[in-house]
Design a protein. Structure first.
Length: 485
């Protein structure tokens, strides 16, 4: 029987891959609890450290078990229906796609959450039978010489996992007309919600106290995720209105001008506008005082959110605990609220998502919405303009909107090399001296993954996180070891 002591001894004995200037390089791999629940801690760490050469890991404070469509969530995430083609590379419980349910890996300290609008999930039989494995993984990783991080959600209470949880009706982000977007990829809440902020700060405190092994926390989605056109026009919820008043923003003007542009794009868009090289959604925002304020307002909310997280992390774990937000890249960051300059005030590093399988999906979501609202416009012209705006290709991109879709497991993502490099350059320039990590995604065919990883590694000056272990075959692990030397 493999005892905890033997496990720690075995991981200490893992052979260390030789890498040049190891202190200057950073290679982290996100390993979800279900990965080591299925494969075992020792095997996972052998792959991560010896095969791939990683010197950091991130995991999350939950445990998982197989479920069914009525009670569980699909793994991997389905991304508003578009990601239904996505499959895992490393099977879970013998399957590359399945439905699962999750439970917290720990028993929360309820005193920390007393009187809060949101409460942590209650521990259950799965917590009691499997929860210890998260602590074992963190300890074994530390013993093997790896830095350890938690990844949690910023505004999807209870924040343990992206596919479960969400805000109350009052705390849902809203469009200028007060409605909730019909299609969203992530069930995130308003960045302005005091209830969500206080809950996540309490969770950070709880995790630091219960898992002192961690070196830091990676905060996912501390912004308004930008997947659909509607996402660009958030947030006009009641919490946002109260925050705007407190921060000195003219909420009525922001709502009026955002509503005017939204209505124009949903019924009055013409080919003449699209033919104008100056046409772009982002310049439209920057030319309008109210829309310009909306961008600054969302950035202010993001900054306040991270400031609260930083304060909680320092108070509970000390100043050396790292806060590392995951962020949308430019130009999506303009409308997400992720101002890298402001984020750098609170963060020890910022991970820029190069989730390139999402980029054609986003363009397609935008295009489908605009074509449906403006049936008379040219599809080819619209596609060209969207490609220009989103900057996901090198060169003109594809001619037809239908050429853009969520890539299957064996389809190359098609992201431009310079497009990826440019997004990292812009983020690092804004972040100043705070390091920007490339957050590369393991999904996709081997050759394409290796090429994208090479771009991320060189463009970030050898600072990469990879999401995630479940998309890394043994062959991809070997590729990581070759590229990230």
């Amino acid at each position: 029987m493999l005892t905890r002591r033997k496990l720690l001894q075995s991981t200490l004995a893992l052979p260390v891959a030789l890498h040049a200037a190891d202190k200057a390089r950073f290679l982290g791999i996100t390993v979800m609890p279900e990965d080591y629940q299925v494969e075992g801690i020792e095997q996972v760490l052998r792959n991560v450290k010896s095969r791939a050469g990683a010197n950091a890991v991130a995991t999350s404070p939950y445990v998982m078990e197989p479920s069914d469509p009525q009670h569980g969530q699909r793994q991997p995430p389905i991304d508003a229906g578009a990601g239904g083609v996505r499959l895992l590379d490393r099977p879970l419980w013998g399957k590359r796609e399945l439905y699962t349910s999750s439970s917290p890996s720990f028993v929360p300290n309820l005193k920390l959450y007393q009187g809060l609008a949101y409460q942590p999930s209650a521990p259950d039989n799965l917590t009691r039978s499997q929860g210890q494995i998260v602590r074992d993984f963190l300890r074994a990783s530390k013993a093997a010489g790896l830095k350890t991080y938690f990844q949690i959600q910023s505004v999807i209470p209870p924040d343990y996992i992206v596919t479960s949880g969400g805000p109350t009706e009052e705390d849902k982000p809203r469009l200028p007309d007060g409605t909730v977007p019909k299609r969203r990829v992530g069930n995130t809440g308003s960045l302005a919600s005091p209830g969500i902020r206080r809950y996540t700060e309490a969770l950070i405190t709880d995790l630091c106290q219960q898992y002192p092994e961690i070196d830091g926390i990676r905060m996912d989605w501390p912004e308004y995720p930008q997947y659909t056109l509607d996402d660009a026009f958030l947030d006009f919820s009641a919490p946002a209105e109260a925050a705007a008043k407190r921060l000195g923003f003219n909420f009525a003007r922001m709502r009026r001008e955002a509503g005017d542009l939204y209505r124009h794009l949903h019924g009055s868009l013409t080919d003449q506008e699209l033919q104008n090289p100056a046409f772009a959604l982002l310049p439209a925002f920057s030319r309008s005082p109210g829309l310009q304020d909306l961008g600054r307002f969302k950035a202010a909310l993001m900054s306040e959110l991270l400031s609260g997280f930083r304060t909680a992390l320092t108070a509970a774990g000390g100043p050396k605990k790292e806060l590392v937000p995951n962020a949308f890249p430019p130009p999506f960051a303009f409308s997400s609220g992720m101002d890298y300059r402001l984020a750098a005030r609170h963060a020890n590093g910022i991970s820029v998502k190069l989730y390139t399988m999402h980029w054609p999906m986003i363009l397609r979501f935008y295009g489908d919405a605009l074509l449906a609202a403006n049936p008379g416009i040219s599809q080819a012209l619209l596609t060209k303009r969207l490609a220009d705006i989103l900057r996901i290709n090198d060169g003109p991109g594809h001619p037809n909107l239908t050429d853009y879709s969520y890539p299957g497991p064996e389809t190359a993502h098609g992201a431009g090399v310079e497009a990826q490099r440019g997004k990292l350059r812009m983020a690092q320039k804004a972040a100043g001296s705070v390091p920007v990590y490339a957050l590369a995604h393991g999904y996709g065919p081997l050759t394409d993954f290796e090429q994208r990883l090479g771009v991320a590694w060189s463009a970030s000056q050898n600072k990469v996180w990879i999401n995630r272990y479940g998309y890394l075959t043994d062959e991809k692990m070997d590729a990581v070891g070759r590229v990230c030397r």
